[in-house]
Design a binder for this molecule. Structure first.
Ligand code: PAF
Length: 280
C-alpha cells in the first residue's frame, strides 16, 4: 500500500491504471470506515480488479469556528496500518497546504432545499464545506465509484445530488451504518465520550428504534412522536438539535401517507454531538 501526500504524486500513481474505487475519510478510522473499505474492495473486484483508494483529510471548510476542528483526532500511522490490513491500494493523505494552497474562494453550494435542512440548520455551511472538498477529491482521484456511509444520511444525499447535478461520472455507493453491540453508531466522535456518557450514548439509537416502531405500527402524528423523543432524550441529560421523521426521497416532512421514511436525529451529550438515523 502506498501513502501519498501530494496531488501531483497521486495523479502520477493513478495515471496508467483504471479508475479506482474511492473511500473519502477524515481519518481516525474505526470498524465503520473499514466496512466501507471492504465494500469498496468488493466493488473494485467486481469491476475487474481496479484499485481502492482511501483519503484521509480533516477538512477545515466543513467545521464552524466553534466546532471541533482542532481537537479532531489525527491518527495517520494507525489509520494506515488498518487500511493496509484491508488491502487498500493507496492512501491519499494531503496536508492543508496541499489541499488548500490558496484561500478556497471557489466553493460548491448544494441546494438549500436539501442542504439547508436538519444538519444544515444547525451547522450552516457544513455541506458547502463537504461538497467542496469531496468535489476536489473526486477531481484528484478521478474514481469510477465512491463509498459513503448511511450514518451521515443527509451527507450521502447531498453528495448524490451534487454528482447528479454536475453530471460527474461516478457511482455513489451507500454503506450501511456500523454499530457497536449496544447499538451505538460507530463514529470517530464517540472517542470524546466519558465512560458515563458512553454508557448513556446508545439511548439515541434506542430512541430512533422506538420511534420507527411506532411509525411502523401505524402512528402518523409525526410531530407528537418527535416531541416525545426529544423530551425523552432531554430527561436523560441530552441536548437534542432535532429528531425528525422525513421522506427518504428528499428529507422533507412527510404527509401521513408518504413512504418510505427515515428518522434522523442529532443531539449533544456533554460536549459531544452525535448523529444517527434509521430507515423506517
Ligand atoms: O464523512 C466524512 O468523513 C467527511 O464529511 C468527508 C466525506 C470525508 C468529507 O470531508
Amino acid at each position: 500500500m502506498r501513502v501519498i501526500h501530494t496531488v501531483a504524486a497521486l495523479r502520477e500513481a493513478l495515471a496508467a491504471g483504471p479508475r479506482p474505487v474511492f473511500v473519502p475519510t477524515m481519518g481516525n478510522l474505526h470498524e465503520g470506515h473499514l466496512a466501507l473499505v471492504r465494500q469498496a474492495r468488493a466493488h473494485a473486484a467486481a469491476s475487474g480488479g481496479v484499485p481502492v483508494v482511501a483519503s484521509i483529510f480533516v477538512n477545515r471548510l466543513q467545521f464552524a469556528p466553534h466546532e471541533d476542528f482542532d481537537r479532531y483526532p489525527r491518527t495517520l500511522a494507525a489509520d494506515c496500518a488498518l487500511l493496509e490490513r484491508e488491502r487498500c491500494d493507496l492512501v491519499f493523505a494531503p496536508d492543508e497546504r496541499e489541499m488548500y494552497p490558496e484561500p478556497q474562494g471557489v466553493v460548491v453550494q448544494p441546494p438549500a432545499a436539501l442542504a439547508g435542512l436538519l444538519e444544515g440548520q444547525f451547522r450552516p455551511g457544513f455541506f458547502t464545506g463537504v461538497c467542496t472538498v469531496v468535489l476536489k477529491l473526486f477531481n484528484v482521484v478521478q474514481p469510477q465509484a465512491a463509498v459513503f456511509g448511511k450514518k451521515d444520511y443527509q451527507q450521502l444525499m447531498v453528495v448524490r445530488t451534487m454528482v447528479r447535478q454536475l453530471a460527474l461520472p461516478i457511482d455513489i455507493l451507500a454503506g450501511e451504518t456500523s454499530r457497536e453491540a449496544d447499538g451505538l453508531a460507530r463514529s470517530s466522535r464517540n472517542g470524546y465520550l466519558s465512560p458515563a456518557e458512553r454508557a448513556e450514548a446508545p439511548r439515541l439509537h434506542r430512541t430512533l428504534q422506538a420511534l420507527a416502531q411506532a411509525v411502523r405500527g401505524g402512528q402518523r402524528d409525526f410531530d407528537a412522536l418527535e416531541r416525545a423523543a426529544i423530551d425523552g432524550l432531554r430527561r436523560h441529560g441530552w441536548a437534542p438539535d432535532y429528531v425528525a421523521v422525513r421522506r427518504r426521497a428528499d428529507l422533507q416532512p412527510p404527509a401521513a401517507a408518504d413512504e418510505p421514511l427515515v428518522v434522523l436525529a442529532a443531539a449533544r451529550l456533554g460536549t459531544t454531538r452525535l448523529i444517527d438515523n434509521l430507515e423506517i
